[in-house]
Structures are given as C-alpha cells and as structure tokens.
Design a binder for this molecule. Structure first.
Ligand SMILES: [Zn+2]
Length: 149
C-alpha cells in the first residue's frame, strides 16, 4: 500500500488509560516504570508465560523468575487510518505492532509503533522501547531502532 509522502504513525495519548495489575503482573509493570522490559519464566520447567499469571501452563508450577528482554523486533504489524481531529483533516496513522524479543522465546507483546515511516516498515525490523505515560503506570510503545535520536 502507498501512504501520503512522509507519513508516520502517531503516538496515542494514554494519559487516561488505567492499567490493571495484580500480584503476578506487578513485577512487569514495576520494571516498565523503571524503563526495563522483563518477562516471567517458570522457575521449575523454564517455560515463558505471558501474560503473567499464577500457574505455568505446562507444569502448573507457581515458581517464577523474571528475565530481561533482549533486542525487540517486529513480529507483525498493521496500519490503521484514524480520523483526524475534524472531518476535513487528513487521517492519522496508528500502527499496532506485535513485538518479539531475543532471549524470550514464545512471548509476543502487543503494543504500538510510534513515529514510524509507514512506507519503510518490515517484519523483523529492530525496535527500541518508547515509554508512554498512562494514568497509573508507564506503558511500553516502540519505535524503529534506527529512528532513535
Ligand atoms: Zn513450568
């Protein structure tokens, strides 16, 4: 698909988003608040489990250890036109993205790609986190790694 010349994805406003967390996801959100990404791995069989929950889906253990994520990459994405602020304004472009991480097999994070040049995106592109403020937490968005200033 062809997009308007130079079109980039916009950054959604999450200021009113309230993140739900519990004892199993709280370490994830605490790390994100410190601008780190980590994911839970079963302390008994080593299976990564995401979303964070009380039991390993393979061995039912409740033991958990947290592992820092490696390089983030685009696993999948799509481009959605969103109506502009009024009916005559050009659309804004939202890019939901599914992210995978080196060292964290079988975990994929649904997020949003911000500031991305729409005509230059590809599966496997390296990403860097972009920390976005929600009402009660920080939320990880992503931007292309080579776009980082
Ligand atoms: Zn397990």
């Amino acid at each position: 698909m062809t997009y308007p010349n130079g079109a980039r994805s916009f950054t959604p406003d999450f200021a009113q988003l309230i993140v739900a967390m519990d004892q199993w996801s709280e370490p994830y959100w605490q790390a994100v608040g410190e601008h780190r990404l980590q994911f839970p791995r079963c302390g008994k069989c080593g299976t990564f489990r995401w979303p964070a929950g009380p039991f390993c889906y393979k061995c039912r253990s409740q033991e958990v250890e947290w592992v820092t994520a490696g390089q983030a990459r685009i696993y999948s994405y799509t481009v959605l036109p969103v109506m502009g602020p009024d009916k005559d304004a050009p659309p804004q472009w939202r890019v939901p993205v599914v992210v995978e991480f080196d060292g964290i097999p079988d975990v994929r994070l649904v997020s949003v790609l911000v500031g991305a040049p729409l005509d230059a995106l590809a599966i496997g592109d390296m990403l860097e986190p972009e920390w976005l403020a929600a009402e009660n937490a920080t939320v990880p968005g992503f931007r292309l790694a080579e776009e980082k200033a």
